[in-house]
Design a protein around this ligand. Structure first.
Ligand SMILES: [Zn+2]
Length: 123
């Protein structure tokens, strides 16, 4: 019984450390931007998706159009004229490295870390 308690404490500490690391990692990369690629080429770079008010941009290509909205650290596809609507139904992307893909339009939206994150990293 005593052994179980000990293991519970060890396991609890490990979980607590993991949670702390994840939260700290997110706080560190709080300045987020986004990059929008069409056909593997950079179509538009958004410096920050952290604004309180939601902004939207219309991406028109020969394949079709997507209305992309961003704000409060998230980016998503509000509407599009693609057949499958996968990008519209996709969850909002908010983590650095996560992306939304619209395969029919060859569109990729990627959340990236804010510019100059290496220079102003001192805490
Ligand atoms: Zn789509």
């Amino acid at each position: 019984m005593k052994k179980n308690v000990k293991w519970a404490i060890v396991f609890g500490s490990v979980v607590a450390i993991c949670v702390f690391v994840i939260i700290f990692g997110q706080l560190k990369s709080d300045k987020k931007g986004a990059e929008i690629y069409v056909d593997r080429k950079l179509y538009k770079a958004i410096d920050s998706i952290e604004d309180q008010e939601t902004k939207s941009i219309l991406i028109e290509t020969e394949n079709g159009w997507n209305r992309v909205c961003y704000g409060r650290g998230e980016i998503w596809v509000e509407e599009a004229d693609c057949k499958n609507q996968v990008c519209v139904k996709h969850a909002k992307a908010s983590f650095v490295g996560s992306s939304i893909i619209c395969a029919p339009h060859k569109l990729v939206i990627k959340v990236v870390g804010g510019s100059g994150s290496g220079a102003d990293a001192e805490v």
